[in-house]
Design a protein around this ligand. Structure first.
Ligand SMILES: *Cc1c(COP(=O)(O)O)cnc(C)c1O
Length: 490
């Protein structure tokens, strides 16, 4: 299967590219994103066939239906990474929390957040294509906390790929920072910036556009790639767990095969939700996809009113920082799927030049056939964390908690819901400790131990050992010095 572009094609670019090409250079130079020419149709046969399959068998068969240009043994090797999750036999447990509400836990990988679901296998795939083409790649990442650790973990010591990861010093949780600065490998460089996340991200954008920097890379024979969720190589691995979670509900006799469910997704860049949307298009029985947000509620407004409006809007810091996003990249792929490339180009150019776009009433009603949405404030989220723990003995993180608001306001309670849990409690412990007991902890380690006692949960070994591990990456610089620092690393 080949990949085409969301914003038409001006004939100066190839009509379509292979999966490998879409992965290596995810940003087509006219500005759009790559999408599959046509999604494979799986149908009920596929679901019935995999009712008793392992996660890896399901994944392998689903990926084969995409007919991508990656060798079968590379895919198989990539999928073995799920063996390192807490339970190799079931990397994604689905837990019943209360009547009709189930939580699919996507955080049982090495960095305790859902980014591992896609980035773990993605690292193997990207490195293998780079080796095959005999090329060296640099992945530049700016992170507010979850993408950085997951990208470093997956590319650690992999051939032909180097990662430079920028984070705002003081702008991540202790656990997130330690996950990055304790990574010790020659092909990884972690750089703390005196500034906030936007400074790191803007510095990265300037760098990508800098002629001097690109010339210097060329001289060193290094090409740039990207590991964020505009890369379809991540999206393809995010379709699988939606199908798996559905089959889990059938296996648990919570639903019968064919029964429709809600997918309720805590959303930022919309990669997770897009994976669910594609799974639905490929044949998964879905009632609707519910998009949950925090106070940065552009997606709620889009789905309620048809207006995507960034004018006079600034990102606010919330208790669910991985969702503090205003430009949600993967919405573009849904627009393309629903309204075609000409209209997508028009809408995305409006967003770029006028900082806003508006769907027609017909378009809005089409969008609302697939999606509904609501947002949850930090205080409401803490209330859900406390209530759900006290009434149902289930502990969740602040991102997952945003889904409980939309569950109440957007879904028919008679229909089963799968809420996607994107982070373990260990990653955002001060907020959770505060929700449970009212305590205000400056440091993660204090909050972790408090929650561990209150909830009678052990702190996982990989989190605990972070606090005694040697710091391998001590670089903290001013944002003006980033280019120099990265070239030094190369
Ligand atoms: C990345 C992330 C999200 C948002 O996922 P998208 O695919 O970008 O919508 C939500 N929660 C956590 C904890 C994350 O790390």
């Amino acid at each position: 299967m080949n990949f085409i572009q969301t914003r038409t094609n001006d004939a100066t670019k190839p009509q379509s590219v292979t999966f490998s090409q879409a992965i290596l250079s995810p940003i087509a130079s006219f500005g759009g994103l790559y999408v599959p020419e046509k999604l494979p149709e799986l149908g009920m046969d596929f679901l019935n066939k995999h009712l008793d399959s392992s996660y890896k068998t399901l994944a392998s068969d689903m990926l084969s239906r995409f007919e991508i240009d990656i060798d079968k043994d590379v895919i198989e090797e990539a999928l073995t990474l799920y063996d390192k999750f807490d339970d190799a036999a079931n990397p994604v447990p689905v837990i019943k929390v209360k009547e009709n509400l189930y939580v699919s836990e996507l955080y049982h990988g090495p960095t305790r957040a859902f980014k591992d679901m896609a980035l773990q296998p993605f690292g193997v795939v990207l490195s293998s294509i780079a080796q095959k083409n005999n090329q060296n790649y640099l992945i530049l990442a700016a992170t507010s906390g979850d993408t950085g650790p997951a990208a470093l973990e997956t590319f650690k010591n992999r051939a032909n790929v180097r990662v430079a990861c920028l984070y705002p010093d003081g702008g991540t949780s202790d656990v997130q920072r330690l996950q990055m600065v304790t990574e010790d490998a020659k092909n990884l460089k972690v750089i703390g910036i005196n500034g906030v996340f936007d400074d790191a991200q803007n510095a990265l954008k300037r760098l990508l556009a800098s002629e001097d920097f690109n010339a210097a890379l060329k001289e060193k024979n290094v090409s740039l790639s990207a590991a964020n969720s505009v890369n379809f190589g991540r999206i393809v691995f995010q379709i699988i767990y939606h199908i798996h979670s559905y089959l889990e509900l059938v296996r648990q006799s919570a639903i019968t095969m064919g029964e429709k469910v809600y997918l309720n997704v805590p959303s930022g860049n919309f990669g997770n939700a897009l994976g669910g949307y594609y799974a639905w298009k490929m044949g998964l029985p879905v009632e609707k996809i519910i998009i949950s947000s925090n106070e940065n509620n552009v997606l709620t407004k889009l789905i309620k009113t048809g207006k995507y409006d960034l004018r006079n809007l600034a990102v606010v810091s919330t208790t669910s920082p991985a969702m503090d996003i205003l430009k949600s990249s993967n919405v573009e792929r849904v627009l393309y799927d629903l309204f075609g490339s000409l209209r997508t180009k028009e809408l995305m150019e409006d967003l770029e030049y006028k900082h806003a776009y508006e769907l027609t009433p017909e378009e809005l009603s089409t969008l609302r056939e697939s999606f509904d949405a609501d947002f949850c404030t930090g205080d409401e989220g803490k209330k859900y964390i406390k209530e759900t723990f006290e009434n149902h003995s289930y502990l969740m993180d602040p991102h997952t908690a945003t889904c409980f608001k939309a569950y109440e306001t957007c879904s028919n309670p008679a229909i089963k819901t799968i809420v996607y849990s994107t982070a373990e409690w260990t990653k955002f412990s001060p907020v959770i400790a505060n929700a449970l007991t009212g305590e205000v902890d400056a440091q993660d380690i204090v909050a972790l131990e408090s929650i561990s006692k209150t909830a009678k949960l052990a702190i996982p070994a990989m989190v605990k050992e972070l606090f005694t591990k040697e710091i391998a990456q001590g670089t903290i610089i001013e944002k003006e010095d980033i280019e120099k620092e990265i070239l030094k690393f190369l």
